[in-house]
Write a protein that binds this ligand. Structure first.
Ligand code: SF4
Length: 374
């Protein structure tokens, strides 16, 4: 099954750690919306077996109800939405009111992803977030009371600003708050962000590996204690509440990206991405000359993507999924895999490869070692 991803490229403030594509000026919002509707119409003949719609960004919750309505109407006119099971909207706590929540439910949005990030007000301020902890708690409570059955929040760990005890309190609050899904990300210092600049200037301490490890291990311990499904390195849920949209990415299914910077994949060997510039995206859609780049993948590229994405999941991957490259994979990696097994990084390597918690901590290294080279 496939999904549609819509990138809403506007935010009220720039969070210091963020390297997504967005603008803090809303002056092009109306023109963006017109361009997005043009792109939807232009792509209407694509045959997709759609299961999910995901409004990401940026901050989709700053769209008005009638703007979301127009987008959903356009999608409905252009694609077969009869099999849609999950419509997710990313939202920030400061945008959540009873009125907004009711309007999102009326539009058919059945899953909210709330950008809580932290419950430490000092940390939120240092990250340049636009909300405080109490607002986050109230927004989750309000979403539960309004009747949202599927709620996920984002939290960030491994930061230099909060203690292990505070991290535990955040997690325990989350696990008892009524949500059924959690995305937990380690703080990374991305190039060209305000955080990277602050670290370089010595104004902010670089996230420490030891803190990252302690926070990650505590996260795994609590997921076990609460019997949650640790189904992907950054994603956790109550049984039966995995994100359908993201799970389709990890399965290698096709997806259609709409809006500036959005990526698409045909489920086979072609990937494409829209320009990451709001003004140029708008101009190109108006002219009917889309600013998009394509990449044709080789079968080795596909195998490497499969290794990269599936190794992050609880199930890992089956070596036979690499098809004609299975034998090469085994012979190239036998010694590395044997050592990784001895070091306790992977659980087995005969047919399936999956990471242990120790392995998840160094997943980037393990994945880079396992990549196939033509
Ligand atoms: S609200 Fe989200 S997308 Fe916008 S700057 Fe912050 S983290 Fe990035």
């Amino acid at each position: 099954m496939s999904g549609i991803y819509l990138h809403i490229p506007f935010c009220r403030k720039a969070c210091h750690y963020c390297n997504f594509h967005f603008s803090t000026s809303l002056k092009l919002k109306n023109e963006f919306l017109e361009a997005l509707l043009l792109e939807i119409d232009r792509k209407k003949n694509q045959q997709l077996s759609l299961e999910t719609i995901y409004f990401g960004g940026g901050t989709p919750s700053l769209l008005e109800k009638d703007e979301l309505h127009q987008i959903l109407d356009a999608l409905n006119s252009s694609f077969n939405l009869s099999q849609i099971q999950e419509i997710t909207l990313e939202c920030n706590p400061e945008d959540i009111t009873s009125k907004q929540l009711e309007s999102w439910l009326e539009l058919g949005i059945n899953r909210l992803s709330i950008g809580v990030q932290s419950l430490n007000d000092t940390e939120l301020r240092l990250m340049n977030r636009n909300h405080h902890a109490e607002q986050s708690k109230k927004s989750v409570q309000l979403a539960v009371e309004t009747g949202f059955q599927n709620l996920t929040i984002d939290l960030i760990y491994g930061t230099p600003w909060k203690s292990l005890d505070e991290w535990e309190n955040e997690l325990r609050w989350a696990l008892n708050s009524g949500i059924n899904h959690l995305s937990a990300y380690a703080l990374t210092v991305e190039p060209k962000t305000a955080l990277a600049h602050q670290v370089k200037k010595g104004q902010v301490q670089e996230p420490a590996d030891e803190r990252m490890t302690e926070d990650f291990m505590l996260l795994q311990k609590l997921m076990l204690e609460y019997d949650w499904d640790a189904y992907e390195i950054s994603n956790y849920c109550k049984s039966g509440h995995r994100s359908k949209h993201n799970s389709n990415y990890w399965k290698g299914s096709a997806y259609l990206g709409l809006g500036p910077s959005a990526h698409s994949f045909d489920g086979s060997l072609t990937r494409s991405w829209n320009i990451s510039n709001n003004a140029l995206y708008i101009e190109s859609e108006k002219k009917g000359n889309p600013a998009v780049e394509f990449e044709n993948l080789t079968s080795i590229d596909r195998c490497n993507e499969l290794i990269m994405t599936k190794l992050r999941t609880r199930e890992g991957f089956q070596i036979s999924e690499l098809g004609k490259w299975s034998e090469k994979f085994k012979s190239n990696n036998f010694i590395f895999l044997k050592n990784a097994r001895q070091n306790g990084w992977i659980s087995d390597f005969k047919n399936f490869i999956s990471l242990t918690n120790d392995g998840k901590l160094i997943s980037d290294y393990i994945i880079s070692e396992l990549m196939l080279i033509d």
